[in-house]
Design a protein around this ligand. Structure first.
Ligand SMILES: Cc1cc2nc3c(=O)[nH]c(=O)nc-3n(C[C@H](O)[C@H](O)[C@H](O)COP(=O)(O)OP(=O)(O)OC[C@H]3O[C@@H](n4cnc5c(N)ncnc54)[C@H](O)[C@@H]3O)c2cc1C
Length: 420
């Protein structure tokens, strides 16, 4: 991606729009709907053909979607298509252990009923989230989806944005929203720096079937290599996010089905009866980054383009959805005042709203991963005692539970299920 000064003259653009969204992952798809609901015309471009992105082989992840994010999908009119595939998260159980051993008796248990009638959130296969978002987009005439299409040049000046696609088509816009993922070519072209590091860990992801029902309980079981999450799906199925050392992961991924399942069982335990993995196994490198700025001239960074956090508490996409809800709100408010969507003050408001919250959440996830990916005996003892102590402190417990539901801080209207 290069960023050259815009040509002052030239042929008419192929598309003229208020907002250009580069990247049509779950963040870009959601942003397109939210910005359309804010009254803007939108062009969304993504390199991938949409039918490919909803196949089971493309993305094996099943995401924890917080209660607040469910409210956002509902407010955007996208949740009805997702709901049949959503498994409510009713309880969260945090424990410490080692492969092949029983979990420590000191644990932390959160029950949704302690903070309200609704579940903490739901588990949704990423492909079902994408399908629900794509179906919603199809009903929005003010959104044009160009996919597969790669944005190769995005030129930004105080006067406007001009993008060139690999096939030569051009787009004139007043704002460009970077939803182009962790490596964000738009962020790099804008010269926005990131602070971050590699965890030296990967997240191995697979779906398992088990004999007994999970009763909507999500388990976060801390093993020496990192967290091993057992996340409830519809039916007697769960999604595993197994954090493993990067150097050990290739050998695990190369195991045959039976041997792989044997390793899963050593970590999973027998509380749900016999466990068998179904479908492909995936492995995702884990890293942390946070950008120094969220905005630039007529540019807003959103979701993984702005921040990537450890999946320890399933908050990465939820943070991105908070970005989108805040951006849509400042743009809707700006539009009511007759402001340009690329107005510097409007974008500065977005940055002020989102930067601190993202930084706090990213740092907490990072600290938790460091604390729990440590097998030193004194550290294990301290954290086990810490888990048991939090379990006995109702105030602190409620604080963590509100975080799990995504209902902390100054929430944008969409996250409260309200229209813009
Ligand atoms: C193992 C694991 C488990 C996770 N679990 C959870 C969870 O439970 N809950 C949660 O909230 N989060 C979770 N996350 C985080 C979540 O998956 C990510 O935050 C989210 O997928 C980021 O979405 P995105 O749209 O920002 O980026 P991406 O999905 O990376 O999308 C970026 C898109 O941009 C496109 N693109 C890039 N450059 C261009 C270009 N020049 N032109 C056109 N298109 C372009 C790409 O094709 C791609 O489609 C997890 C992450 C991992 C690794």
């Amino acid at each position: 991606m290069s960023q050259n000064p815009p040509a002052s003259t030239g042929p008419a653009p192929s598309f003229v729009t208020d907002a250009l969204i580069v990247g049509g992952g779950m963040a870009g798809l959601t942003a397109a709907i939210a910005l359309a609901r804010a009254g803007l015309s939108v062009v969304l471009v993504d390199e991938q053909p949409p039918p490919l992105t909803v196949t089971p082989e493309f993305d094996g992840r099943v995401s924890a979607i917080t209660h607040a994010s469910v409210q956002l999908f509902k407010a955007l009119g996208a949740y009805a298509a997702m709901a049949p595939f959503a498994q409510p998260i009713l309880d969260i159980r945090v424990s410490d252990g080692r492969p092949g051993e029983r979990p420590s008796p000191l644990f932390l248990h959160f029950h949704h009923g302690d903070v309200g009638p609704e579940p903490f959130g739901v588990m949704l296969e990423n492909r079902h989230t994408r399908i629900g978002l794509m179906q919603t987009l199809a009903g929005l005439p003010q959104v044009t989806v160009l996919a597969p299409a790669q944005a190769t040049v995005v030129e930004r000046t105080p006067a406007g944005v001009r993008a060139v696609l690999a096939d030569g088509r051009t787009i004139a816009a007043r704002l460009v929203v970077a939803c182009d993922g962790k490596a964000s070519p738009l962020r790099a072209a804008a010269g926005i720096k990131t602070v971050g590091w590699d965890y030296g860990q990967v997240g191995i992801v697979t779906t398992v079937e088990h004999e007994k029902p999970h009763h909507g309980v999500a388990h976060e079981h801390f093993l020496p290599s990192g967290p091993f999450a057992i996340l409830p799906m519809t039916g007697n199925r769960s999604s595993l996010v197994w954090t493993e050392r990067k150097d050990l992961a290739p050998a695990l991924m190369a195991l045959g089905h039976e041997a792989f399942d044997g390793e899963v069982r050593r970590r999973f335990g027998d509380h749900l009866g016999r466990v068998v993995s179904v479908g492909p196994h995936f492995s995702y490198p884990l890293s942390f980054h946070m950008t120094t700025r969220f905005v630039d001239t007529r540019l807003a960074l959103v979701a993984d383009a702005a921040h990537a956090v450890h999946p320890i508490a399933g908050q990465g996409l939820n943070l991105g959805l908070r970005d989108i809800a805040a951006l849509a709100e400042v743009l809707a408010d700006g539009k009511r005042l007759g402001l340009d969507p690329g107005d510097g003050e409007v974008l500065a408001r977005y940055e002020r709203w989102r930067r601190t919250d993202s930084l706090i959440m990213g740092s907490v996830m990072d600290g938790l991963n460091r604390l729990f990916s440590n097998d030193a005996a004194p550290v294990r003892l301290m954290r086990d005692l810490g888990l048991a102590a939090v379990n006995r402190l109702p105030g602190l417990k409620r604080f963590f539970m509100h975080h799990a539901r995504g209902t902390v801080g100054k929430l944008p209207r969409l996250l409260e299920g309200k229209p813009l």
